[in-house]
Ligand binder design. Structure first.
Ligand SMILES: *Cc1c(COP(=O)(O)O)cnc(C)c1O
Length: 381
């Protein structure tokens, strides 16, 4: 930022604020975990898994080290690895694609619906019916509920099941979103959640959890996350080390009690932004019918992103871009990753235009009003 920019008065994200909002309870929970003398896969993790599964409306939850591992362990638990392809989107955190490659599977990337930024079911149907030449069989589809808005998951499941592929939901940005009154993540065979500090449910470090109604799958993954142990020191299958530690689980149990209120606050902030944008040059984010949006991010589409960003920054308002470079265009993947026939054109357009406004539940009413006032003054408004 140039020297003339005023200090940031409205940050884009602030994970410390969510700790401070429940500091006394979190500190007590952490002290309890520390005093217990048991630091890995103990009572706190077991209790968090039960409480998260109940909140999610799933039979089981398994705590793991991070969201990337949650997705990779679901794939491993389903026996998806080398010799299989997995369809997902390029408009996502690189972690989604990294998890697919971690298990040795091949990713194929589907373009997005430009209104919701989520997987385009029509292109998925095309790719499943006639996959790119040389691609291994597509055994799984991973829709990403990007920014907190559910993808067209029922439609995606119907399409995938016609081709014998399972659907695994990447819920890393959509904790608590609803699809037809059900929790997002309960429609597919399993769902992966990141608990990274800035996520809607965030730990105080790394964490992840997955949910499923398939008891056998949950048991397999619970073993896989700890060296494939069936009993202590004896592995039945080749596993990994991806455990959620007791200190994180203790803090997450406190934060889970606030999650519904936190979601309502995100939605109220989004409604205020919607109202401030009405009649102006930029549109509020589109809402998918029959779903609720939990606003992990509130994302505008700007023809001239740099000037909108500078306009807000000049008023002390920070923004961010999620994500500036589609996965298929990043150096690690460029030229070697399979794409659907749309060649991710809408993904590329979106990457050049998306802009994330400040969005976290502890934004004060004054900060929200400052953003709204700036939105009402956007040039052209
Ligand atoms: C954050 C995120 C992940 C990865 O989570 P980590 O906990 O950082 O491993 C995966 N997918 C999406 C869509 C995410 O936003």
């Amino acid at each position: 930022m140039n020297a003339a920019s005023p200090p940031v008065t409205v940050p884009q994200a602030d994970p410390g604020a969510s700790y401070r909002a429940q500091k006394a309870q979190i500190d007590a929970a952490i002290a309890r975990a520390l005093d217990s003398g048991w630091y890995i896969l103990g009572k706190e993790c077991a209790a968090f898994e039960t409480e998260f599964a109940t909140w999610q409306g799933a039979a089981r939850a398994v705590g793991v080290a991070n969201g990337t591992d949650a997705l990779a362990l679901i794939l491993r638990g389903l026996g998806i690895g080398p010799g299989a392809a997995v369809a997902t989107v390029s408009h996502t955190a690189v972690a989604t694609v990294a998890a697919i490659e971690m298990v040795g599977a091949t990713a194929v990337l589907i373009d997005i619906d430009p209104a919701t930024y989520t997987m385009d079911p029509a292109e998925l149907a095309t790719v499943l019916a006639s996959p790119p030449p040389g691609l291994p069989p597509i055994r799984a589809v991973v829709p990403v509920h990007i920014y907190g808005q559910p993808a067209s998951v029922a439609e995606i499941i119907a399409i995938a099941s016609r081709h014998g592929a399972v659907v695994i939901e990447d819920c890393s940005q959509s904790h608590g979103a609803l699809v037809g009154g059900r929790k997002c993540g309960t429609l597919g065979i399993a769902a992966a959640f990141s608990l990274y500090p800035t996520k809607n449910l965030g730990a105080l470090g790394d964490g992840g959890v997955l949910s499923t109604d398939d008891e056998a799958l949950a048991d397999r993954i619970a073993a896989l996350r700890q060296y494939g142990w069936r009993e202590r020191y004896v592995s039945d299958m080749a596993g990994v080390n991806s455990r959620l530690d007791e200190v994180q689980a203790a803090a997450l149990r406190v934060k889970l009690t606030a999650l519904d209120a936190v979601t309502a606050r995100r939605q109220a902030i989004a409604a205020a932004y919607d109202a401030a944008l009405a009649g102006g040059p930029l549109s509020a984010p589109a809402r998918q019918r029959g779903t609720s949006h939990v606003f992990h991010q509130y994302v505008l589409r700007c023809g001239d992103r740099a000037s909108v960003q500078a306009f807000l920054r000049a008023r002390g308002i920070a923004t961010n871009v999620h994500y500036p470079v589609p996965v298929h265009a990043q150096g690690a993947y460029r030229g070697r990753i399979a794409l659907g026939p749309a060649m991710c054109r809408e993904t590329e357009v979106a990457a050049g235009q998306v802009l994330s406004l400040p969005m976290f539940p502890e934004l004060t009413d004054g900060q929200v009003e400052a953003v709204c006032a700036a939105l009402r003054q956007l040039p052209g408004a």
